[in-house]
Structures are given as C-alpha cells and as structure tokens.
Design a protein around this ligand. Sequence first.
Ligand code: C2E
Ligand code: MG
Ligand code: MG
Ligand code: MG
Length: 290
Amino acid sequence: YQAKRDRTGVEVYESKRDSNTPDRLGLLGDLRRALDAGDVELHYQPKVRFDGKVAGLEALVRWVHPERGKVPPDEFIAIAESSGLMPHLTEYVLESALGQVAKWQAQGLKVPVAVNVSPRDVHTPGFAGSVAARLARHGVPAGALQLEITEHVLLEDPQRAADTLAGLTGHGVKMSLDDFGTGYSSLVHLRRLPVSELKIDRSFVARLAVDNEDAEIVRCTVDLAHSLGLLVVAEGVEDDETWERLRDLGCDAVQGWLVAAAMPPEETTAWLRARGSRGWRRPADVAAEA
Ligand code: C2E
Ligand code: MG
Ligand code: MG
Ligand code: MG
C-alpha cells in the first residue's frame, strides 16, 4: 500500500488505488462506530526482568467485530492509518490505558504501561501537549506512561518528529523503540531518537536458540543499546531456551507467551496480585524448587 500525501504530509485516502475498497471502507466504518460505542478493548502483556520483577505492561488493542469476530490489530491499524482515523484510535487507547493505570494506582498497583503510537500520531501537531494534558486529567505521573514508536517516525519530516519526541520526554514520558531490526534501522536513527528502551523484534528472537546469525544480531543489538545507555527488551519469547539465551546475552527484560499473553484488565490485575513482590518465576524454576 502506497499512501499519497498532501503538502502537509498528511495521507490522503485514495479509493482508486485500494484493491478491496468496499471491504476496507466497511471495516473502517465499523471501527469508527466501535470506537464511538466503546467496543474496542485493551489487553495487557507484562514485560518482566530476569529477576522476575515486572518492568511494565504493554497495552495491545483488541477488536471483536460483531460478524467477523476478532480482527487482528495489524489489519485494522493499517486501515486506521490510511484513512485518518488513527489519531482518534490513539486518543481512545491512551484514554483507556490511562484510566486503567489510575485504577491500578488507586488499588496500590504501581505499574507503568506502554502504549503503541503510530508515526501519524507523532506528526500530529500538538500531540505532546495533548498527552501531557491527558496525564494530568487522569492524575497519572508521566513516568507511568511509556510510548512505543518505530523507526518509521523518521521517514518523513524527521525534524517535526524529533520536536514532538523531545516535547514528550520533556514532560517525563518515556519512549521505547519497537520492532528494532525490521525496518529502517540504522545507528543514525538510534542516535536521533530520544528513547530509553529498545525492543528487539520477535523475528530475531524466535530463532535465537537455533540460528547462530540471529543470535549474533541479538548480541550486537544488546551491546549497542547498552553502550547508548538503553534498556533492552526482547519480544516474542516463547520458551525456556530462548529465555536462557537472552539472559546470557545480557538482555534486560522479556515479553512473550512464556511469561503471559496479553490479558484483559481484570485478569491482568489478578496476575499482578498473584505475583506480588516476588515477581514472575519461570515454571521451570518453580518446579526445580519443589
Ligand atoms: P507490537 O507492538 O510489536 O506488539 C507485539 C505483538 O506480538 C502483539 O501482537 C502481541 O500479542 C504479540 N506477541 C506477544 N508475545 C508473543 C509471543 O510470545 N509469540 C508470538 N508469536 N507473538 C507474541 P498484536 O497484539 O497482534 O499486535 C500487533 C501489532 O499491532 C503490535 O505489534 C503493534 O504494532 C500494533 N498495535 C497493537 N495495539 C496497538 C495500539 O493500541 N496502537 C497502535 N498504534 N498499534 C497497536
Ligand atoms: Mg509494541
Ligand atoms: Mg514490537
Ligand atoms: Mg511487532
């Protein structure tokens, strides 16, 4: 999909270029209505450190279409991005995530939450200020919010992106670089982005235990990130062997089905409470102790 942009860099929806227009337009309308009706939900997936401490939760959007069932986020996010609905979706997600953080805070659960934002958001004028205002309205400290961005934010108008990100970090919001290694990664980009965390894409993590080249890529990424003072999170960790390799390579935290899949809010609350101050422990370690 090649987006056409107007002079201000805003994407213009061009129906002629879209192969399945009726379908996409139908889904777009349904998504808009679902957002208005509050029918879109957030699930939360833990990021845990190797000592078991819960470093944070990532909010992942979930939409169950009344006729089609679960629509994968990658699919409807692409539609939202190419149609101009993205800022609305992001507002919805931020609002919902911050409301949940405030609830957890009131229950004594102090856990930072990461929200994914699209390049479109970062290029929306006033984005940094609107995030700060939203935090204030919910009484949530900026340090409890992390925003996950990708290198795509630098594809167009890098200066505006840099200004927005500087505005956000200036307010105390932490930035995380998602899907590292998949797109336009370069050292120049990394230096330009005011991020405090780097997430290694699942495509490198998945075959880490069996593929020497992937293991080398992960090793170099961890070393590079550490030399720049960044924390490193590996995404998509599904088994013990991968967990052990990542620990040995000096990675800081993991996220993946080995720990937990993304869970609805109430289940997340129960998960956090059950782990308590001891944090998450691998089933293998629990079994070894018993
Ligand atoms: P992401 O931010 O890289 O999120 C990680 C994806 O990997 C999630 O897919 C998560 O469910 C999945 N995952 C987590 N652990 C494992 C594992 O161990 N194995 C495997 N195979 N997969 C795992 P999901 O929820 O389908 O989201 C896909 C993408 O959609 C996200 O990738 C993110 O780019 C985007 N997305 C999700 N929610 C939002 C949102 O609220 N706003 C925006 N702008 N994008 C979002
Ligand atoms: Mg993410
Ligand atoms: Mg990712
Ligand atoms: Mg990804």
